[in-house]
Design a protein around this ligand. Structure first.
Ligand code: FAD
Ligand code: SIN
Length: 525
């Protein structure tokens, strides 16, 4: 058993930002970060476009950023949250630069701001097309200088410790539960031990892998949402899965390589195989409409034409400037024989971002005592039915700071985590599974169901079929979970089944189409 003041689950922008601030301001308090891959593996590392922030008060304003966020969210954003996030953005962005994260600027030091879908002006600060990689690098470097942060890579959080785990309370009423840390699998040795914490911060990121065809790396299996759900926390808005319109088509590798929305902000057109622009017929904002509209329009075009992909046309753009701004995208295209100055880039939509998740208030508090959540796994109310491009890194920064501010002034209560009665993980009698095929086949089936039945355009028949199929996978996985020693693949599959269940149930429950959610059987309001 280990003890710590703050247990942070996840080492992306959300987890690292909280850890860094807490450890820096309170050198006597211990912060433990567990992360299941290597230190840097995260959705954060792959972020391309940048961070939305009002920096140029002549050409932009808080009111405009708020308005753009509300329009993209299609009426379901929490306006108070949006205003708070937008207003805090410039200060926290400067703090991030102070920690060493670099952003593109001209010779005079003026930041070079980009434009993306749904933004009424240029307000996206970026570092070429590898903003997330740069942020992750800077945060990890800063954290490694702080002696009171312990970062444990290859440590998988299996379950949150709550009253569920104390035998005397197992049968009692399941209300007013608290979180006392997490059971953690040391992936090298296979042993599971409790990390007991006064406060636990869930920052475990997204769910893209539930769909298989996704821009998200393999760590994005929805563990945070699934753990919080099992522990009894409130989960909301899971039907709002955002599909990015332009993942590269034709490169079979997973995850799908993203062609940043900033490329359309830079002037690229979406065209069919004959070079005709089709977005203007769907929306007056054309290629720069919010993402849900562009993805749905592409989906419609693909179904109408029977083609496998659409294309980005960059031939009219300044090729030299393109290479300077998007060196990685340019390189990736070249590696596939695509010369952006002459050829179209083939693209299709792919699962990209979860707008819903673990419900938190403006202090980042979940509905479980002592459990906080920030970043992609949290449902703050900022995104509503569809996230505005580049508002995610921003949301993670702001909510990590909200939790930090709240906990800086909260005295640690005399909680159960101070006592020594947290039960150890019991896997006596469990056998080591030799049937990995059960896991790989289960995963393949799950991803097939989500891709085919719970995609961009849904209907009740497909959703109900998905529910039935998922139930069978659920039974197989639970059987394995009850009988075998845990490993990462089993835990991830179990979590993905939980997340898929939430997406399907909450999709069936939503009777009006909003933002990124479209059920063909619902009336469009
Ligand atoms: P992550 O960065 O995903 O970090 C989650 C962490 O939790 C990881 O370290 C993971 O290993 C760990 N973890 C997960 N489960 C467990 C477990 N069970 N035990 C232990 N550790 C666990 N947003 C923008 O605002 N602008 C952009 O330009 C942008 N571009 C993007 C491009 C791509 C290709 C992708 C995939 C996303 C992009 N996004 C962008 C979205 C944004 O990157 C993410 O929403 C954001 O980085 C999430 O940060 P996070 O800290 O919440 O999660
Ligand atoms: C992109 O660069 O297109 C991704 C931006 C985002 O997800 O906000």
């Amino acid at each position: 058993m280990q003890k710590t003041d703050y247990l942070v689950i996840g080492s992306g922008i959300a987890g690292l930002t909280f850890a860094l601030k807490m450890a820096q301001h309170f050198p006597k308090r211990k912060v433990t970060i567990v992360t299941k891959g290597d230190r840097e593996e995260s959705n954060t590392k792959y972020a391309q476009g940048g961070i939305a922030v009002v920096l140029d008060k002549q050409k932009d304003s808080f009111e405009r950023h708020v308005e753009d966020t509300l329009v993209a969210g299609d009426g379901l954003c929490d306006t108070k949250v949006v205003e708070m996030v937008v207003k805090k953005a410039p200060g926290l962005f400067c703090e991030l630069m102070g920690w060493g994260a670099r952003f593109d600027a001209d010779e005079s030091g003026e930041l070079n701001l980009g434009k993306e879908g749904g933004h009424s002006t240029k307000r996206v600060a970026h570092f070429k097309d590898s903003t997330g990689y740069e942020i992750e690098r800077a945060l990890l470097a800063y954290c490694s200088d702080l002696k009171n942060i312990e970062l444990l890579p290859e440590h998988f959080a299996v379950d949150l410790i709550t009253e569920h785990h104390f035998s005397e309370q197992r049968k009692g009423p399941k209300t007013n539960f608290s979180c006392y840390g997490a059971y953690v699998l040391e992936q090298g040795s296979g042993s599971i031990f409790p990390i007991v914490a006064s406060y636990t911060i869930m920052a475990a990121g997204g769910i893209g892998q539930v769909y298989g065809h996704t821009t998200n790396p393999i760590i994005a299996t929805g563990d945070g949402v699934a753990m919080a759900y099992r522990a009894g926390a409130r989960i909301q808005d899971m039907e709002f899965v955002q599909f990015h319109p332009t993942a590269l088509y034709g490169d079979e590798r997973s995850p799908a390589f993203l062609i940043s929305e900033a490329v359309r902000g830079f002037g690229a057109y979406l065209v069919d195989d004959r070079g005709h622009r089709f977005m203007p017929k769907y929306d007056a904002r054309a290629e720069l409409a919010p993402r849900d509209i562009v993805s749905r329009s592409i989906d419609f075009e693909l179904k109408r034409t029977g083609k496998k992909c659409v294309y980005l046309d960059c031939r009219h753009l300044d090729a030299q400037e393109f290479v300077t701004h998007f060196p990685n995208i340019h390189q990736k295209c070249l590696s596939l024989g695509i010369d952006i100055s002459k050829d179209f880039i083939p693209v299709v939509p792919a699962a990209h971002y979860l707008c819903g998740g673990i419900v938190v208030d403006m202090k980042g508090r979940t509905t479980l005592n002592n459990l906080f959540a920030c970043g992609e796994c949290a449902r703050t109310g900022l995104h509503g039915a569809n996230r505005l491009a580049s508002n995610s890194l921003l949301e993670a920064l702001v909510y990590a700071d909200q939790i930090f501010s709240h906990l800086s002034t909260t005295r640690s209560s005399e909680s159960r985590s101070k006592k020594n009665d947290i039960p150890l993980w019991d896997d006596q009698g469990m056998v080591i599974s030799k049937e990995n095929v059960l896991l790989s086949y289960g995963l393949e089936q799950l991803q097939g169901i989500m891709q085919n039945y719970v995609g961009i355009v849904r209907n009740n028949r497909r959703l109900k079929k998905a529910k039935q199929h998922l139930e069978l996978i659920h039974r197989d996985v639970e059987e394995l979970y009850q009988q075998t020693k845990l490993n990462t693949a089993l835990c991830e599959l179990r979590n993905m089944v939980g997340v898929a269940h939430l997406i399907i149930e909450q999709s069936l429950g939503r009777k009006t189409n909003k933002g990124g959610f479209y059920n063909a059987d619902n009336k469009q309001d």
